[in-house]
Design a protein around this ligand. Sequence first.
Ligand code: PSU
Ligand code: MN
Length: 302
Amino acid sequence: MLEYLSISNEVKEALKKKMPIVALESTIISHGMPYPDNVKTALECQKIIRDNGCIPATIAIIKGKLKIGLTDDEIDYLGRSGTNVNKTSTRDIPYIVSKKLDGATTVSATSYIASLANIKIFATGGIGGVHRGAQETFDISSDLDELSKTKMAVVCAGAKSILDLGLTLEYLETKAVDVIGYKTDVLPAFYTSKSDFKVNHRLDSPTEIANLIKAKWEIGMPGGVLITNPIPTEYEMDKEVIDKAISDAIIEMDKLHITGNKTTPYLLSKIKDITGGDSLKSNIKLVYNNCLLASLIAKELY
Ligand code: PSU
Ligand code: MN
């Protein structure tokens, strides 16, 4: 194990001192946003986590090493490389490691790697889910299965309606992953603070959320918890505008026969173009909001 793992000094020190740590993924840097906004956002996420009394641990695979805690140069490299870096979900880890390649880690791979260092919580923008039309394509993100297996609390802004929100919730129920709404009864829809679907449980404070996470693990239950945090209303998008952008982007994607792990990056970038960059602005704000909430919960977990 040790020969594959490379933990930064800052994160090592935090682990030794039992300081609260918040993990961050790297596919959001390479595939989720354009350069240079991606790098600026990644660095600002780390700053928000530090300003709130925690230590950030951005995760990626560099030359085959599972890296927990990246240097600013490594973040810049992933941001500049964009989609040329391998998008790495859990399935891909052994290949990338054995070939000594670079990999930007998705929610699933980041959760798995972070758990190797006993990190408990992770902030991101949106997780993958059950895609629209999954009845035919079977396209269900491995993020959902990882949540059912790995001890990691994941803070996100709900799921985008590029996914089938109803089926995503059904799948998570089957996998015994609780979906918590922070100060909300309904599942947030990423760019907007509301959807037509209810969350399982609403909790109104970071302490209550931390208590639920601790209870799950102390009982000995496997897997994580999904915390959904609505985008602050001042930054949310107009529902009609974003719904139209999403359906237009899906039509375009189908025309181009884009499938598999290329769908999420394609749709994010197409939606950004259709909305003249407005969706990117919302995306950045909701990620910051998730870093803040994850930090508040992390402090109660350690
Ligand atoms: N949603 C976003 N931005 C992202 C992703 C999802 O708004 O960058 C990335 C995350 O890394 C997530 C991955 O884990 O896409 C899911 O990809 P897929 O649907 O191929 O499983
Ligand atoms: Mn997929």
